[in-house]
Design a protein around this ligand. Structure first.
Ligand code: NAD
Ligand code: UDX
Length: 450
């Protein structure tokens, strides 16, 4: 076996992950292959297809040396004996399981390309997030080859967007699941060697394949559940006068609860949490575990309700009508430090505001291009990179993304150029509410009465 590494899929996962692997393994050739010419062209340019702090520097340090981006998927498979599969696995929108199950068509196409192009034994590594027991299906596809042996490993990725490079360089853990026979253990060991160049051995966990696939779904479900739990309390805080930031602080100081993932807000967005929790719901249902399925589905239901509540409160604060009013959305990315808008709460809120016949102005430092695509169906929306211009003549501002640049704006100036009475809804609790109130704003925030 050679030491070269290929990755099928040059997206948010494939690109950054392979860039860090290449940087930390200068003696290995790393080829990232994708069917999208536009994506590959962007990876080969100075304008990378995704924004991620520190990514440009890592790519620049090894692209053209031992890191390559190509559309020639077949050649990448032939040249490399370790093949990661990092293709998209979105929620199915059709047929059985629509709205819940993962759409595995891209993943199966990748498996079939490996089968067709392989020129020797290969280690195939699932990097995409997949339903438990998918490795079985991948093995079933690959084992139809009589000449060569394929060992399927599960190596889910835990990085979060916006901090991908830091998460890859300093992971809490790297998880590798594989078959427990001789061949499986040798393959696991080969993959451990890739990560051991920068991750300490005690942080590299090896398990059976099913535990690995399950752990990824479980980790995302537990994190999403924490957000829905704190958001459920935020609604109750608004009714009772408790302050969600104070409550979260108290909870976080209990070391058994821990302080992370307790920020109330407009609910979780991003390409993973909703998709993976719904996939888990589908998995539970398909095993007849209906109480488990209902439990996890409630996490998504709570998340949707939080976004609806934000719009309901906005309508109420603006005298029960938004028709003809101008509303500025500050931030459209699903979180700060990314241009990704997949499943962003801002999209749901924008759609609900548009249903009330509001005119929208959207501003965001990195996500305006994606926002324009996401909102192309709305008749009355404009896009403005400058937040001061975005806020001019609007009735209300909804802060949807916790970008640092919004914390240092001159809110007095913004207030002066707004229609009166001016409303600001800080859905992320990042601003100084007392100061805003003093300036004259009517202030709404998630989980507090101001
Ligand atoms: P993405 O859509 O950004 O990238 C997937 C890429 O795969 C696309 O560029 C697409 O063109 C390519 N592709 C699809 N079919 C192909 C084929 N047959 N051959 C070659 N290329 C093909 O998706 P992503 O955000 O990178 O997510 C990929 C997987 O990683 C998903 O399963 C996701 O759940 C998982 N994951 C994502 C994150 C994240 O932060 N985005 C984190 C952990 C896990
Ligand atoms: C998530 C997981 O964290 C990561 O481990 C996995 O690999 C992919 O899915 P990501 O979706 O990129 O990562 O970002 P994350 O930081 O988890 O945030 C997800 C959403 O939850 C964002 O919309 C964020 O704003 C929201 N969130 C997060 C909260 O509302 N409150 C919090 O306390 C934390």
């Amino acid at each position: 076996m050679n030491r070269n590494i290929a990755c099928i899929g040059a997206g948010y996962i494939g690109g950054p992950t392979m860039a860090v692997i290449a940087q930390k393994n200068p003696d290995r050739k790393v080829i990232v292959a994708d069917i999208s010419q536009a994506r590959i062209d962007a990876w080969n340019s100075d304008d990378l297809p995704i924004y991620e702090p520190g990514l440009q520097e890592v790519v620049a340090s090894c692209r053209g040396k031992n890191l390559f981006f190509t559309t020639d998927v077949a050649a990448a498979i032939r040249e490399c004996d370790i093949i990661f599969v990092g293709v998209n696995t979105p929620t199915k929108t059709f047929g059985a399981g629509a709205g819940y199950a993962s759409n595995l068509q891209y993943w199966e196409a990748a498996a079939r390309t490996i089968l067709k192009e392989a020129n020797g034994d290969k280690i195939v590594v699932e990097k995409s997030t997949l339903p438990v027991r998918t490795a079985d299906s991948m093995a079933a596809v690959l084992h139809t080859h009589r000449e060569y042996t394929f060992t399927v490993l599960s190596n889910p990725e835990f990085l979060a967007e916006g901090s991908a490079i830091n998460d890859l360089l300093n992971p809490d853990r790297v998880l590798i699941g594989g078959p427990q026979d001789e061949q499986g253990k040798a393959a696991i060991d080969a993959l451990v060697q890739v990560y051991a160049t920068w991750v300490s051995r005690d942080r590299i966990l090896t398990t059976n394949v099913w535990s690995s696939e399950m752990s990824k779904l479980a980790a995302n479900a537990m994190l999403a559940q924490r957000i829905s739990s704190i958001n459920a309390f935020s609604a109750l805080c608004e009714e009772t006068g408790a302050d969600i930031t104070e409550v979260a602080n108290v909870l976080g100081m209990d070391h058994r609860i821990g302080k992370y993932f307790l920020k109330a807000g407009p609910g979780f967005g991003g390409s993973c949490f909703k998709k993976d929790v719904l996939n888990l719901v589908y998995l539970c249902r398909s095993y007849g575990l209906h109480a488990c399925a209902d439990y996890w589905e409630q996490v998504v239901i709570m998340n949707d309700a939080q976004q609806e509540r934000i719009v309901e409160r906005t309508v109420k604060a603006l005298f029960n009508t938004l028709a003809g009013k101008r509303m500025a959305l500050f931030g459209f990315a699903f979180k700060a430090n990314t241009g990704d808008t997949r499943e962003t709460p801002a999209l749901t809120v924008a759609n609900l505001l548009a249903e009330e016949h509001a005119d929208l102005v959207v501003t965001d430092p990195k996500a305006l291009e994606n926002a324009a695509k996401d909102l192309a169906h709305l008749p009355k929306v404009t896009f403005e990179p400058d937040p001061y211009l975005a806020a001019t003549n609007v009735d209300a501002i909804l802060v949807m993304t916790e970008w640092d640049c919004y914390k240092t704006l001159d809110w007095k100036q913004i207030y002066a150029n707004m229609r009166q009475p001016a409303l600001i809804f800080d859905t992320r609790n990042i601003l100084d509410h007392a100061e805003l109130k003093q300036i004259g704003f009517k202030v709404l925030a998630v989980g507090k009465i101001i």
